[in-house]
Design a protein around this ligand. Sequence first.
Ligand code: 0CN
Ligand code: SF4
Length: 316
Amino acid sequence: MTDPDPPRRILLAAPRSFCAGVERAIDVVRDLLAERGGPLHVRKQIVHNAHVVAELEAAGAVFVDELDEVPDGATVVFSAHGVSPAVREAAEDRGMEVVDATCPLVAKVHVEARRFAARGDTVVLVGHAGHEEVEGTLGEAPGSTVLVESVEDVATVRVADPERVSYLTQTTLSVHETAEIVAALRARFPALRGPAGADICYATTNRQDALAAIADDADLVLVVGSANSSNSVRLVELARRAGTPAHLVEDASAIEQAWLEGVGVVGLTAGASAPPGLVDAVVRSLRARGEITVREVRVARETVRFQPIRFAGAAR
Ligand code: 0CN
Ligand code: SF4
């Protein structure tokens, strides 16, 4: 037996873990499987979390990258991150039953993209190249949308008319970095117009605010989430920017004992797609290593709930 670790304090950021859009998306896959059984095709990971995907796969979900892997006429679920109109049309052309789990807050950005492009603006989309949400939003007005990933990109972005430029953002970006990018855009295009409300969603914002409230007091930050989860990765970056070492962990098994050497205070949070049970398991894992005290630091209460997604034959 090795000696237990010295006593530690755990600061639990709140809000953390599942958001309303993720719960709604997972629920519809579960409900479809419960009503109809598998196989049920889902285009892309329903949310960016390996544990969620594995659980749903075990229940009969079949995750595919593209629609060509889905049989004609089958039911297909679109993920929380949204799809471009081209994908929607392809599904329709092939007679598929579409169950759309796009988060309403992503759908809102699509509506803005259409509106801004329709009034003749070049739409500058702030986001990460290749991310599914960005691919979907870009697809709304591909001829008049340009992607900007960083402050540096702002200097070289080309627009048709500098007087007619609007911006939109991915929902899961760093609030801090995005503000810098938008300021740079405004400096280059003073007539820049934007969305009525921020496109970075409430869940992303709250999880960043909550972690910011504890990161300074922590010697180490652990963020539960998957590597392809944009909002989770942004949390790791936020902690590091605050000067605190931070790691993204898929689950408790990913924690390395070496990270904990000399650490008296652990800050703990989870991305919007990470199940709350994984956070509980991390706390148990820390407790198994030595005495801990746990304190939750809450910066906001989340009351957002979305209507469940309807599908033919749904029990509710
Ligand atoms: O991790 P997610 O599935 O997605 P990203 O953070 O990568 O966008 O979390 C849910 C967010 C949405 C949409
Ligand atoms: Fe919707 Fe935000 Fe959750 Fe994404 S992180 S599913 S945009 S609430």
